[in-house]
Design a binder for this molecule. Structure first.
Ligand SMILES: Cc1cc2nc3c(=O)[nH]c(=O)nc-3n(C[C@H](O)[C@H](O)[C@H](O)COP(=O)(O)OP(=O)(O)OC[C@H]3O[C@@H](n4cnc5c(N)ncnc54)[C@H](O)[C@@H]3O)c2cc1C
Length: 395
């Protein structure tokens, strides 16, 4: 649909729903809505030249509940049956499925979902300068009126990018190897590397027999990312593991907040619905948002527009806040009770837990008993008792 003609008109709405931000959250919402409410007039607004940015989103099979199964089917580009974690004193294979979705694939699926949808459209290179409950003003002056508006403009907007927070910093290089690398399942954390700038690990995804995604990640106290240093470390790791890199296919980087304070802002009917990372809908310990984005998409697809406008995501908020509260506690422990080079001990101990707890942890769906199981027992090595009991932070 050509929305270039749309101008502010007091008497009618242009769309049922305008989705601002063509990233993960609104991509999933658009897919879910096209399945469950195909007659809705949707408009997806993205300020960049393409949908979905430059990401590799990964998720655990257990992140999707039975309700989301339909939405997830067909989303993943790669599926693995298990994954491994490697620490100095622990090597473990977890029998949990793991999947990957690329930006290109999400963009392709979302674009297809809009083909032949009457009254709906995708607008690229369209920057929203004013996002309201019932209209969106674009930088070129156009005004789009809607019955409801969802603002999912991404992590950059999140207030927690400054404040009581650690940061997950990473650089990922997708490479072609000279010969078959021999890996068949992902390594989610290889923490047997030198611990620099906080908890540091390599993340390795085998995408084909001669293609790998190698990501160097730090759980750091600072948000400055030295891109060249991360790339050097990835090359050094590849060499140590015997992966001869032939060609760099693609690179991605990120700095995500891992906060220990904050809340999901409440919804007001006179404001847009804030979803996605920027609305506080993410996992504070992993910095990931896929499982929550999925839940939100399923919820929105089942809701009426009038209900959404009035209540937003209020019914999901108390559970998200409860889960976040516990996650904040874990982040505070990790970043203030352990010196940067000792933080890996916390994750090493975490991975000795029952696999069900690990699955629910990633999905941000821990039960009360799970929470107790995570905390009880001997504290991980390297904990500062002064920091824990006297409140003196370890720097
Ligand atoms: C490199 C990287 C890898 C990640 N990998 C994972 C992962 O594997 N698993 C996981 O669960 N999480 C991952 N995350 C974390 C999180 O899931 C992502 O950040 C996710 O993309 C957040 O989704 P979102 O829709 O909230 O924001 P985004 O996907 O960032 O989408 C926001 C979109 O809004 C657009 N936009 C912003 N402002 C405006 C405006 N004013 N007008 C119009 N458009 C606008 C942006 O251009 C962008 O396309 C990763 C993050 C990064 C940075």
């Amino acid at each position: 649909m050509d929305i270039s003609r749309h101008v502010f008109d007091e008497t009618s709405t242009d769309f049922d729903l305008v989705l601002v931000g063509g990233g993960l959250q609104n991509g999933l919402i658009a897919l879910a809505l096209r399945r469950r409410q195909p007659a809705l007039r949707l408009c997806l607004i993205e300020s960049g030249p393409a949908l979905a940015g430059n990401h590799t989103w990964c998720f655990h099979a257990s992140d999707a509940g039975p309700e989301d199964a339909e939405l997830v089917a067909g989303l993943a580009e790669h599926n693995w049956q298990s994954y491994r974690v490697l620490f100095p004193r622990l090597e473990r294979e977890l029998a949990t499925g793991y999947s990957m979705l690329s930006s290109e694939r999400l963009a392709e699926l979302v674009t297809k979902a809009f083909v032949g949808a009457p009254g709906s459209g995708i607008e690229l290179n369209a920057h929203a300068v004013d996002i309201c409950a019932d209209r969106v003003v674009l930088a070129d002056g156009r005004v789009l009126r809607a019955r409801a508006v969802i603002d999912a403009t991404g992590p950059e907007r999140h207030e927690l990018l400054s404040g009581k927070s650690g940061y997950q910093k990473f650089v990922g290089l997708e490479v072609r190897t000279h010969t078959a690398h021999g890996l068949t399942s992902p390594i989610l954390m290889d923490a047997r590397v030198e611990q620099q700038d906080g908890f540091r690990f390599l993340y390795v995804l085998p995408l084909a027999e001669d293609r790998l995604l190698l990501e160097d990640t730090c759980f750091s106290g600072s948000k400055e990312l030295d891109y060249d240093l991360f790339c050097e470390r990835i090359h050094a790791y590849a060499e140590e593991q015997g992966y001869a890199i032939d060609e760099l296919v693609r690179a991605e980087k990120g700095v995500l907040p891992l906060p220990w304070a904050g809340s999901v802002p409440p919804h007001h009917a006179d404001q847009p619905i804030r979803a996605g990372y920027g609305g506080g809908w993410f996992h504070p310990v992993t910095g990931y948002s896929f499982p929550i984005a999925l839940r939100i998409a399923s919820f929105i697809a089942k809701s009426s527009i009038d209900q959404l406008r009035a209540e937003g995501l209020t019914s999901l908020r108390s559970d998200q806040e409860r889960q976040m509260k516990f996650a904040y506690r874990l982040n505070k422990m990790l970043f203030t009770w352990f010196a940067p080079q000792e933080r890996y001990n916390v994750l090493e101990r975490f991975y000795t837990l029952d696999e069900g707890i690990i699955r629910r942890f990633y999905a941000l769906q821990l039960t009360g008993i799970d929470r107790a199981r995570v905390l009880v027992g001997r504290p991980p090595r390297g904990m500062s008792y002064k920091a824990a009991f006297l409140g003196r932070n370890v720097s």
